[in-house]
Design a protein around this ligand. Sequence first.
Ligand SMILES: [Zn+2]
Length: 344
Amino acid sequence: MPATTLADMETSNGTVRPAVIADLDAMIAVRQRSIGALSEAYSNDVLRGWQQHDESTYLAGMVDDELALVAEQDARLVGMVALDLDKQELVLLFTDPAYQGRGVGTALLRKLEHLACEYGLATLNLEATQNAVSYYRRTGYRERPVERSRRCQSLGVPSTPMHRSLETMQNPYQQRICRLLSDLDLPADYGARHRLKVHPEAFALTSIGSDVFEREQKLLPAAADAWLTMQQTARDDGIDLLVISAYRSVDYQVDLIRRKCDRGQCVEDILKVSAAPGFSEHHSGRAIDITGSDTEPLEEIFEDTAAFAWLMQHAGRFGFRLSYPRDNRHGIAYEPWHWYYTAN
Ligand SMILES: [Zn+2]
């Protein structure tokens, strides 16, 4: 379904937005009311067991990871849905019974499909409870020939595994990234596995001068301004900040991975140090690898330098944050040198 239809739905059916922690109680309440309204489809025992199953911790994790959406109408929270990246599943789609039949659920569903596309997913799975199978069929999902999910069985509610291809919803760039993953034999669920979104390639770039290898480097204009100001401020404090690498295209990342494959490295080892094409922050023109004047580039030991200490203290003021601290949620190795410009 084209994005314009989604926008129309949102206009006529309230708004769909990312959930925040403050929404949790209202989300749980919508879930309980929605399950409670299914008395024609299930026995009271089943409904009670379903309602008593505590999803709050699971849901809070989703909200925290920005993987949950809510719908609002009449200044009320009337629907919710979430994306389980580990299972590549749409989960917890509920609409307040008083607002059913108005397209709220479908607006949530479509928006979640777009979110799944942002993580590079080409297929979205779900477990349809019996009352919802015909609805999901109408919205493009088909029965999936696999064993039944443990999660819904644990609720005591019979369910049908379903799925749909997201190919028609992906933009051409997302389609290109999926093809590249396949061509390079990289895992199709790379983005989902690492909680990484596809980064569009920047198109308006400006020079920030040469890196330590005498190659010209570029960033988005706002990021370039911020970087040059930060570099000068550090210099005034007696700290040299040097560039190792800034903008990198998808083609560059593809070449890098191909060269490593040709040298006999296995995909798993390559992906420990290089992002899959499409998922590197360097495509965005906002990421910069930094070193100091007294250390080897791209070594963890950078964290012991005065340059790193200066960055930890001051970079936030210039709009830069450390993307991959120790034990980051992406499962990416600690990179004290890699900084990302977050401001608009
Ligand atoms: Zn980097």
